[in-house]
Write a protein that binds this ligand. Structure first.
Ligand code: PEP
Length: 250
């Protein structure tokens, strides 16, 4: 049985004070269901404060990026060890915004996945097609090659613990969502690819999220799909009330 995982990707939003106030409000709402794993993916600057604020909470913490090297002369970068040290359980890797604006490639995604796992951080690996690729009918092909590249050389047991987020780029931040059936079809294909790479048991265990304009109004339909095990949510995760509704819906 796969436990649904709902992750709020705050992107480059919220100061430390705003992050603390979000957690206070969320805790007042007291709505983190035990059946759902809740994750907050915060900017680096708020991670320590959130770690301290969430000390007695089941909510897990994630970073939004990591560097692939152990340490070294990489000005402005943050290592997996540093993220683990500051209380992160997860890290988003290969978000389409990082691929688009910061030159991340399938190869660097794979290196980051390996670096994260080496330090006990679980990757949330993002894959997904743009509108042009969707219109060309190559969505599954494209997503499959991103998944194969990201998981190259990763041990099957590690694969079963990590998370893959299927995020069609045309649906991110646009208000447009894939239909629940379309999203499920791609997630099912990703599961098949994992099965092919690592075996049926691992494929059954790996959690696959959908992301792209998920909100309280559409989460239930998405989560009702057999191969969708949670959501990666940007905009609708920024408000504690909306995040609590998403957790209920998941
Ligand atoms: C995201 O940031 O991964 C995302 C899916 O954003 P949004 O929910 O705003 O579309």
């Amino acid at each position: 049985m796969r436990k649904p995982i709902l992750a709020g990707n705050w992107k480059m939003f919220k100061t430390v004070t705003q992050a603390q106030s979000f957690v206070e409000h969320l805790q007042e709402l007291n709505e983190v269901p035990a059946e759902v794993e809740a994750v907050i993916c915060a900017p680096f600057t708020s991670l320590l404060a959130l770690h301290l604020a969430l000390k007695d909470s089941p909510i897990r913490l994630a970073a939004q990026n990591v560097h692939q090297a152990e340490e070294g002369a990489f000005t402005g970068e943050v290592s997996a060890l540093m993220l683990k040290d500051v209380g992160c359980s997860y890290v988003i890797i290969g978000h389409s915004e990082r691929r688009q604006y910061f030159g991340e490639t399938d190869e660097s995604v794979n290196q980051k996945v390996q670096a994260a796992l080496a330090h006990g951080l679980l990757p949330i690996i993002c894959v997904g097609e743009d509108l042009d690729q969707r219109n060309q009918g190559i969505t599954k092909q494209l997503v499959e090659s991103q998944v194969r590249a990201a998981l190259a050389g990763v041990k099957p047991d590690d694969v079963s613990r990590l998370v893959i987020a299927y995020e069609p780029i045309w649906a991110i931040g646009t208000g447009q969502t894939a239909t629940a059936q379309d999203a499920n079809e791609v997630c099912a294909h990703i599961r098949q690819v994992v099965g092919d790479l690592c075996g049926a048991e691992q494929a059954k265990r790996v959690r696959i999220q959908y992301g792209g304009s998920v909100k309280p109004e559409n989460i239930e339909e998405l989560m009702a799909q057999p191969d969708i095990d949670g959501a990666l949510v940007g905009g609708a995760s920024l408000n504690p009330g909306s995040f609590a509704s998403l957790l209920r819906g998941a």
